[in-house]
Design a binder for this molecule. Structure first.
Ligand SMILES: Nc1ncnc2c1ncn2[C@@H]1O[C@H](COP(=O)(O)OP(=O)(O)OP(=O)(O)O)[C@@H](O)[C@H]1O
Ligand SMILES: [Mg+2]
Length: 411
């Protein structure tokens, strides 16, 4: 057993900000403290109000410090939002004639060559995720080190984000008194928490249904094939329900969680829910089937968009691991069934694997990102740091291309 590493993570979502501190070792996580607060200042995954977002973060951190009795000074942070984009890029280098055997340095140079894609000056690279190597025309090489060859190529999946949007995330953390240990794409963190290496190897799609967006990542052959965002999440379901019930959002949210369903026919005709619509004096009984009549079409629309996004990977037919759903929105009753019907893939709703410690708070699928950030942070070993003292936010050039064994160990 390796010595445990203490790590804290922060997931600033559209609906909630949450923080946890844990000891991480090869056996997994031991959660020492957890805190959550309603999110503010975030829209569709991106920061729109630094002060308010920092307040929400500070609340979640305070609660975590109180529960654990430990200070939280530096965090692994998730990033998301429409400003993120991904592309595939290939790097090619010659293996020096002197050794002809691929060494670490050759791989680093190949990945650097792949990174040298033209990224507009207002964007920076967040992740460079190697997919496969080709040596002297032979593709599909997984572990290139030690192979004999003269020409080394690497295919990578590169994720870029708007520099200002990323700096705003860093600034929120600094304003809340935190150093940023690393930045990780939220859906990759979620995937880290809810899938196995075997599924990543064989092919699987991870769908994180959040409040404002639904994030999709498709994996195969041990690496990331595709990442994308569907701009619809659980809050749209709540919004539809508020219109349909003529209620405020708070009531609609409560009704959705307690009795919402995406499939009408599974609900007994006589089942009702009691609420007081706006402008009514007295509560009325609303058939639960009516809730499903409102929710069903939105759930189906989301499922179709998810299916389209999975298809963009070109690997939809090769996903024996099926679809793994997480995020709070995945808790909507009947939704997984609809995603199963539309994608024609096996679907499961997954929660993060926290087996011990003070983990009650982080057991649901809505905490997949938070737990995944801690697992990811452990693997990356804090390879890039955004200290509060460096004056500005992230610096693309210091970002490491290192990633966990979970996405194939290269370095
Ligand atoms: N029991 C439940 N049934 C149905 N929906 C639920 C349930 N619990 C939470 N949700 C929905 O999950 C959504 C929030 O999910 P989550 O906490 O994963 O979002 P987030 O991480 O804050 O947002 P994002 O990832 O989009 O930035 C909300 O729309 C909420 O209504
Ligand atoms: Mg989220």
């Amino acid at each position: 057993m390796t010595r445990a590493r203490r790590l804290a993570a922060l997931d600033l979502g559209t609906t909630k900000a949450c923080c946890a501190i844990a000891d991480v070792d090869s056996d997994g996580l031991r959660v020492l403290g957890f805190g959550q607060s309603p999110s503010r200042g975030v829209r569709k995954g991106a920061i729109v109000d630094i002060e308010r977002a920092a307040e929400a973060v500070a609340e979640a951190v305070d609660a975590t410090e109180r529960m654990s009795g430990l200070p939280v000074d530096a965090v692994v942070v998730g990033i998301a939002g429409g400003h993120l984009a991904s592309q595939n890029s290939r790097g090619v280098v010659a293996v020096p004639a002197g050794h002809r055997e691929v060494r670490h340095g050759d791989i680093t140079r190949a990945v650097e060559a792949a990174r040298a894609v033209s990224v507009p000056s207002d964007r920076e690279i967040v992740h460079v995720l190697p997919q496969q190597f080709t040596i002297d025309g032979q593709d599909g090489v997984r572990d290139a080190i030690g192979m004999i060859g003269t020409r080394l190529e690497v295919d990578t999946h590169i994720i870029t984000g708007s520099t200002t949007a990323i700096q705003n995330v860093v600034k929120v953390m600094h304003t809340a008194g935190l150093d940023v240990e690393d930045l990780v794409l939220q859906v990759l963190a979620s995937a880290r928490a809810v899938t196995t290496e075997d599924e990543i190897e064989r092919g699987v799609a991870v769908v994180d249904v959040g409040g404002g967006t639904t994030d999709v990542a498709v994996f195969g052959a041990g690496s990331v094939l595709h990442t994308g965002v569907v701009p619809v999440g659980g809050n749209h379901v709540t919004g539809d329900l508020a219109v349909g019930l003529r209620s405020d959002l708070e009531t609609a949210e409560a009704v959705k969680r307690a009795n919402g369903h995406s499939l009408q026919l599974t609900i007994p005709a006589e089942a009702t829910v009691t609420l007081t619509p706006m402008g009514y004096e007295e509560p009325v009984a609303v058939p639960q089937r009516y809730l499903a009549e409102v929710i069903g079409p939105r759930a189906r629309e989301m499922a179709v968009l998810i299916d389209t996004e999975i298809s963009r990977s070109g690997a939809a037919a090769r996903l024996p691991g099926g679809v793994v759903m997480c995020g709070g929105g995945a808790l909507l009753r009947g939704f997984a069934e609809i995603v199963q019907q539309v994608t024609d893939l096996p679907v499961r709703v997954a929660a993060p694997p926290v087996a011990h410690g003070m983990d009650e708070g982080v057991r649901g699928p809505e905490h997949a990102t938070l737990v995944g950030l801690m697992l990811w942070g452990d693997k990356r070993g804090g390879s890039r740091t955004f200290a509060r003292t460096n004056g500005h936010g992230g610096n693309g050039h210091t970002m490491s291309t290192r990633f966990g064994r979970w996405l194939r160990e290269l370095f």
